[in-house]
Write a protein that binds this ligand. Structure first.
Ligand code: CO
Length: 298
């Protein structure tokens, strides 16, 4: 390079640097859309069970104050019943499409399911449809369900111990029927029970639709010479399964099966989502999803 060229080249470089700096300072932030949280649950038609949803919304709102929260329901039966009551009840697909048309570009979907069963996997498929769609939604991530990782399992075990009523004596059993499924993820229930029983041999997790059921749990209660059992649903809301299958007066309810074997039952009709230690597991999953936003967990 000749000496005569040095000055013009230097000037050109300065101009380029200045131009790049101006573009960077003047360009709009990439955050040009809205961020929304979509809470997805099976749903319930029991008005008494609504307390669980109210508590979830309150806790999520407190943790993510500036983020819009919307709900979707995986159960068509529940959506139909809600619609009959004049309530808005979207499927996850409808909710995401609506959020997209409302200008939400970043959507964090939180599964409020307990285990990663059929409903959770259907939700993953729905979310995936939006993953690489041009325009609209730029980032979509899914987190949850409650029992997602060994860490969540440990947190859930601690949460169970925190919500056990204070007047339960250690020789009394605490039986927590979960929903249960034929999906392999049903294994999460006995896995959680295994953790709990390392510290307290009289805590049992069963299922109303999977394994173990009330008869299997009864055999364990008898083995431990249990005469009193607290019945607490291991379901987010205390709806039909908790009120009828667990604590109802029908012959095959858990309460009736245990009472027929001479075990006194003390049902507690509260869904686990009415207790903050459980909701906080979902809150921290959502927080992690936001921290890692961009990477979608499947
Ligand atoms: Co069911």
């Amino acid at each position: 390079m000749g000496k005569g060229l040095f000055k013009p080249v230097l000037m050109l470089l300065i101009l380029i640097f200045a131009a790049v700096a101006t573009v960077q300072a003047g360009s709009p932030q990439p955050e040009d859309g809205k961020t929304g949280i979509l809470l997805v649950t099976f749903g319930t038609t029991f008005p008494e069970a609504q307390a669980a949803f109210d508590n979830i919304e309150k806790e999520i709102k407190a943790a993510f104050a500036n983020t819009t929260i919307q709900w979707a329901y995986t159960s068509e039966m529940i959506r139909d019943k809600m619609a009959q009551q004049g309530k808005t009840a979207h499927s996850p697909l409808q909710a995401i499409e609506e959020m997209s048309s409302q200008g939400f570009t970043r959507i964090f979907v939180q599964s409020l399911h307990t285990i990663a069963g059929y409903e959770y996997h259907d939700l993953v498929k729905t979310v995936r449809k939006f993953e690489h769609r041009p325009g609209g939604v730029k980032k979509i991530a899914i987190s949850g369900p409650l029992l997602s990782s060994p860490e969540d399992m440990a947190k859930a075990a601690r949460a169970v111990r925190e919500i056990i009523p204070e007047d339960r004596a250690s020789h009394e059993a605490v039986v927590l029927p979960g929903h249960g499924t034929h999906h392999p993820s049903n294994a999460a229930y006995p896995a959680l029970m295994w953790r709990l029983q390392r510290d307290d041999k009289n805590i049992f997790i069963g299922t109303v639709e999977g394994y173990p059921g009330p008869e299997e749990i009864l055999a364990q209660l008898e083995k431990n010479n249990i005469s009193t059992a607290w019945l607490m649903p291991f379901m987010s809301v205390a709806g039909d399964h908790a009120r009828n299958d667990m604590a109802g007066d029908g012959d095959d309810s858990w309460k009736s099966v245990f009472e027929a074997a001479g075990i006194e039952c003390k049902p507690v009709l509260k869904g686990f989502a009415e207790y903050d230690p459980f909701v906080h597991i979902w809150v921290s999953q959502l927080q992690t999803a936001m921290d890692q936003s961009g990477s979608v967990k499947f």
